[in-house]
Design a protein around this ligand. Structure first.
Ligand SMILES: [Fe+2]
Length: 202
């Protein structure tokens, strides 16, 4: 069997992801004043500082991976989801979830990545001060993401076994927009061993 048909190792996957984050992460973060990469790194660093487990830290680092994918690759992931019967509008969080699932990440990681919009819809439903504190860009995107949860959707979110971690991730995501601290935020390579360990365990 030719080598290239073998599934990538954990190390290869981790290195490819690091390259993707570093290479495509310097573009503007839509509506914010820092890069997408810096945003992801600040989010991961908050998770790490709070003593979270590896899955939650990796989810924080990779929560916006759907935004980093080259357009053709995002389209491929979307087609895969359509093939699996996924219906409705597919946001970057769903693309990220599917992408990480296919790379061999554990269920907790991809479920958390897929939930970060749901957590925002939950928090805006239960806390008006949370909504008031959102950036303008985030308030705008909420409209397209379905608005605050109501009724059964809200109940369902609250019953989810990962809902606490989903809310934590969302709050770090919201705060990971600090301008001018690029020099002190740990770089993506810091998470390489964690990623490899996680991928090789799965
Ligand atoms: Fe984000």
């Amino acid at each position: 069997m030719p080598l290239k048909t073998l599934p990538p190792t954990g190390t290869e996957t981790a290195d490819a992801l690091i390259q993707l984050l570093n290479g495509r992460g310097t573009g503007d973060y839509i509506g914010e004043h820092i890069s997408q990469l810096e945003h992801s790194l600040q989010c991961a660093h908050s998770a790490k500082r709070s003593g979270s487990d590896d899955e939650l830290i990796l989810a924080a680092l990779l929560h916006d991976i759907g935004q980093f994918l080259p357009i053709e690759e995002a389209r491929d992931v979307q087609m895969l989801m359509e093939g699996e019967g996924s219906v409705g509008r597919v946001g970057h969080e769903m693309i990220g979830e599917e992408y990480l699932k296919n790379l061999g990440f554990g269920e907790k990681v991809w479920k958390l990545v897929g939930s970060h919009v749901a957590a925002k819809r939950y928090l805006t439903a239960i806390d008006t001060s949370y909504y008031d504190g959102l950036s303008e860009a985030s308030k705008q995107s909420l409209k397209f993401q379905g608005g605050p949860f109501q009724g059964e959707e809200l109940e369902q979110f609250m019953r989810h076994p990962l809902s606490e971690d989903m809310v934590k991730l969302r709050k770090w995501d919201d705060r990971a927009k600090v301008v001018g601290i690029e020099g002190s935020t740990p770089r993506v390579e810091v998470y390489r061993d964690m990623m490899v360990k996680h991928l090789e365990k799965e």
